[in-house]
Design a protein around this ligand. Structure first.
Ligand code: ZN
Length: 61
């Protein structure tokens, strides 16, 4: 009886971990999409793209 209860508890724990993992992965993907520059597709840490900022400055000069 105790073993069955432990098995059920472990099963619920694994399912919970999988759900948390899936949620984290999906949120990361959404963030990753936002972190990519729309113009050149470079991964950016901020909303501004260093490459496009540089090119814009060069173009201005
Ligand atoms: Zn860019």
């Amino acid at each position: 009886m105790v073993l069955v209860l432990i098995g059920i508890a472990i099963g619920i724990l694994i399912v919970a971990i999988l759900i948390i993992k899936a949620t984290k992965t999906s949120s990361r993907d959404i963030l990753g999409m936002k972190l990519f520059c729309v113009t050149c597709g470079t991964k950016t840490s901020d909303s501004k793209c260093p490459k496009c900022e540089k090119s814009a400055k060069t173009f201005g000069v």
